[in-house]
Design a protein around this ligand. Structure first.
Ligand code: NAI
Length: 682
């Protein structure tokens, strides 16, 4: 037999153990080589004819993380993709057709191609754990399962549950996967192998009456069509077909071929081969790598993430309270200080809700609450590894907080501010060790936004910056290094877009239409709704700060709203009226041309500011800028970020669009310094 690099075959008492252990990798992924070698291994197994096959992972924790995404990026044509998919299908079919029973031993994450591999086995047993995930997240990369998984998951757990899983890309904990029937058993890790032997020893029960009836109903085209129409309606509320075609294509191939296994396998291959070379998938894959890159930064600095166990947060408002709660949720202890006891009580209430929502089990909620301490006297600052300030945006007040904090802080503690725009140098000027201070700029809502801007003041020491990145990783967030200039990266680019939206409102355009134009482009939320969410007072503050430095002015309507006390969601009225946390939008008609013109105004303001940021070196390059805007501001992920969008439009063509915009709407559309020097690669 040919030498295998990735697989080991061991036989013992008539059982074959087939182990995947990709060399020099912390986790297994299914590359073309791994699949080709599996074919060779299966040939050997067919010859040896053991009593049963145990398919395992050689990694201590983790079965298979998915297909090798690096190979996606190298695929040049649909034909090339179709060929790769066809050989994977052939090998998986061979595994499925083995004459002896096969069991996948799932010892941790089992995702994408990994689950598709496990589904080709007769049985699946999983090690029970809170953190492991089992699922088919392919839609998050702009494709859908392509190794036969769509067919086999539907056969295993039925169409309704399988489609919900595949269309959302959601991962299940092993116990939930067991309840749904994705795996046969979820047992403690040490019992994994005995559970596998037990599974093989028991004949599989035939389908129950209800499952059998479902299968019969779903074999009919009208029944599938009805169900698809229902699911499509839910899907449309989440994603648009023109932006994310993969879930729609998956649904369609089941509607058409759900009663014909072979036809569905073929349609699955064809559909994925086409999707994988689409611009949307390419951009989503690019973002996947950017996320991985940001995740690795703390490791590269050599800082220990485990070092952080206690955070002391000063200021228990919208941000401080939620930041402390998030840190607790991620396993840290937190002390929370505020000069106003009511703010502390409020923050504790919100934290309790968050813990209940996320942790579910009362025991875990209680444990989290035990780690969270309101601290009216501020004593926690003496013991903390990180002291984070999130009080009102007032320079003198913040400087005083740090002067006091540094007096009592442990040596080596990290001092961080959540300021949205006060230059760090000004806050650090009175400090004994100014290098200790960095910015950790979180985004609202804290529990949802993945990014933290790690702000580098001129005085920040490399050691503090490395510690800040490690801390972000410790609490499950992506650290993006940014220069300490007003607005940093995300607010700086977002603000012209928000101000353009207010300008449109002043011109009499309805908020609903402005928002629709942005959502049509692919933004997670329209700018009018976003401004109301952030708080119009906060927007006003940031806008003033930015226009003071970079010029321009905020439309008067923003100030009027703030003066009238209509601050957005938090006061129940801003640009929209808010009821039970929802903006009350009314029906408003508009034609495609108007929407396109609004979209151009909104998006080109952002593109212009993006180029300015690149030119000023606010971040270390185009990729970081794109990552920041997607993970921190909800910029349309399938477009890959503002710079990727400029590249797609063509840099010259994009620049030319400013001529017309400037003529029609004035100086704010003058291309910023930097366009000419910009050298964007393809
Ligand atoms: P907030 O007004 O909701 O809360 C500020 C809290 O600080 C209040 O509870 C107040 O009682 C307390 N406080 C004021 N002075 C204090 C002092 N000297 N000592 C202790 N507590 C004091 O403000 P928010 O929105 O939470 O903002 C806090 C910081 O976070 C600001 O610097 C803001 O620019 C920044 N930020 C805000 C974002 C947002 O979306 N609201 C997003 C990102 C950053």
């Amino acid at each position: 037999m040919a030498q295998l690099n990735n697989w080991r075959i061991n036989s013992e008492s008539g059982w074959c153990r087939l182990t995947l252990d990709v060399p020099r990798a912390s986790q297994n992924v299914l590359s073309a080589e791994v699949i080709a070698e599996l074919d060779i291994a299966l040939e050997q197994i067919e010859r040896d004819a053991p009593n049963a096959v145990l398919l395992c992972s050689g990694k201590e924790r983790g079965f298979v993380a998915g297909a090798d995404v690096r190979e996606f990026a190298k695929i040049e044509s649909g034909e090339q993709a179709a060929e790769a998919l066809a050989s994977a299908h052939r090998v998986f079919a061979r595994l499925e057709a083995l004459p002896m029973p096969s069991v996948a031993l799932i010892n941790g994450h089992c995702l994408g191609g990994g689950l598709e591999l496990a589904l080709a086995c007769d049985f699946r047993v999983a090690a029970d754990s809170e953190s492991a995930r089992i699922g088919l997240p392919e839609v998050l990369l702009g494709i859908h399962p392509g190794f036969g998984g769509s067919v086999r998951l539907i056969e295993t757990i039925g169409a309704p549950a399988a489609l919900q899983l595949m269309l959302s890309g959601r991962g299940l904990a092993p116990r939930s996967a067991r309840r749904l029937g994705v795996v046969d058993y979820a047992v403690p890790m040490r019992q994994l192998e005995s559970a596998a032997r037990y599974a093989v020893s028991r004949p599989r029960l035939p389908d129950g009456k209800l499952k059998g009836l479902w299968k019969t109903v779903m074999a009919s085209l009208p029944a599938r069509a009805l169900m698809c129409a229902f699911i499509k309606r839910q899907l449309r509320a989440r994603v648009r077909r023109e932006h994310y075609p993969a879930p729609y294509q998956l649904l369609e191939l089941w509607r058409r071929h759900g009663n014909d296994r072979e036809a569905m396998f073929a349609a699955e291959r064809e559909s994925v081969a086409q999707l994988i070379t689409s611009a949307a998938s390419r951009n989503l894959v690019k973002l996947f790598f950017l996320r991985e890159k940001l995740k690795k930064i703390p490791k590269e600095t050599g800082k220990e993430t485990a070092h952080f166990s206690h955070i002391h947060v000063i200021g228990a408002g919208v941000m401080g309270g939620d930041i402390a709660a998030w840190c607790v949720l991620r396993g840290l202890r937190a002390t929370l200080h505020d000069s106003n006891p009511a703010a502390l009580a409020n923050a504790m209430k919100r934290a309790h809700n968050l813990f209940r929502r996320r942790l579910k089990s009362p025991r875990l909620v209680q444990r989290a609450l035990d780690r969270f301490q309101p601290d009216p006297a501020g004593d926690g600052a003496r013991r903390a590894d990180v002291i984070l300030e999130a009080i009102v945006e007032d320079r003198a007040a913040k400087a005083a907080v740090f002067a006091e904090a540094q007096k009592v802080a442990r040596s080596g503690a990290l001092l961080a501010t959540n300021t949205s725009g006060i230059p760090l140098e000004e806050l650090a000027s009175g400090l004994r060790a100014p290098g200790q201070l960095v910015g950790l700029h979180f985004f609202n809502p804290v529990a949802r936004m993945q990014l933290i801007e790690v702000v580098r003041g001129e005085q920040s020491s490399p050691d503090s910056l490395a510690a800040a990145a490690a801390f972000a990783a410790r609490i499950g967030r992506l650290p993006l290094a940014v220069k300490s200039r007003p607005g940093f990266l995300v607010n700086r680019i977002l603000m012209p877009y928000l101000l353009e939206a207010v300008q449109l409102l002043e011109e009499g355009v309805r908020g609903e239409i402005v928002d629709r134009a942005a959502e049509q482009f692919g933004m997670a939320m329209g700018p009018v709704e976003l401004a109301d969410n952030v708080g119009l007072d906060v927007c006003m503050h940031v806008a003033r700060n930015l226009t003071k430095t970079y010029g321009g002015e905020a439309p008067g309507m923003l100030a009027q709203k703030v003066e009238g006390g209509n601050l957005g969601k938090k006061t129940g009225e801003g640009f929209y009226r808010w009821t039970r946390g929802k903006a009350q939008k009314e029906k408003a008609d508009s034609d495609a041309r108007t929407l396109a013109a609004i979209e151009e105004r909104l998006i080109f303001r952002m593109l212009n500011e993006s180029v300015a940021c690149l030119n000023e070196g606010i971040v270390d390059g185009a990729d970081s800028l794109d990552a920041g805007m997607v993970f921190g501001a909800g910029f349309a992920p399938f477009r890959g970020g503002p710079v990727a969008y400029i590249i797609e439009q063509g840099q010259e063509a994009a620049l030319r669009r400013f001529d017309g915009l400037q003529e029609r709407y004035g100086e704010r559309f003058a291309p910023c310094a930097g366009w000419k020097e910009l050298q964007l690669g393809e």
